[in-house]
Design a protein around this ligand. Structure first.
Ligand SMILES: [Zn+2]
Length: 107
């Protein structure tokens, strides 16, 4: 039996280990937003990764990519995926380089 297709964006609002909704970077950025130091609604992550869903040798542009964003549970330390987006590689993508992002999700 075929599974339903994954609907993007995917988001996870609580720690899969302990159920906490407190996140290290996400909560710190929320406090900074309250102080007006970052734009309201700015979300954050400790790691983002872009994974090509296709063969870069045959097509460098327009290849589907999955961008996954991770944060750390403030209560138990578990690193978990908070969001995943499906997109297209618009420049020559640099796949699978952890920590390559600036740590901020688009507002
Ligand atoms: Zn946790």
């Amino acid at each position: 039996m075929e599974q339903d297709e994954i609907q993007f964006p995917v988001s996870f609002n609580s720690c899969p280990n302990c159920g906490s909704t407190r996140r290290l970077v996400g909560d710190l950025l929320a406090k900074e937003a309250e102080k007006g130091r970052v734009p309201p609604g700015t979300k954050g992550c400790v790691l983002q990764q872009q994974t090509l869903i296709g063969d870069p040798a045959t097509a460098m542009f327009g290849i589907p990519v999955v961008r996954t964003f991770f944060d750390v549970c403030a209560d138990c330390g578990t690193v978990y995926c908070i969001e995943a987006h499906l997109g297209k590689a618009v420049q020559s993508a640099t796949p699978n380089i952890p920590g390559g992002g600036h740590g901020l999700l688009g507002g």
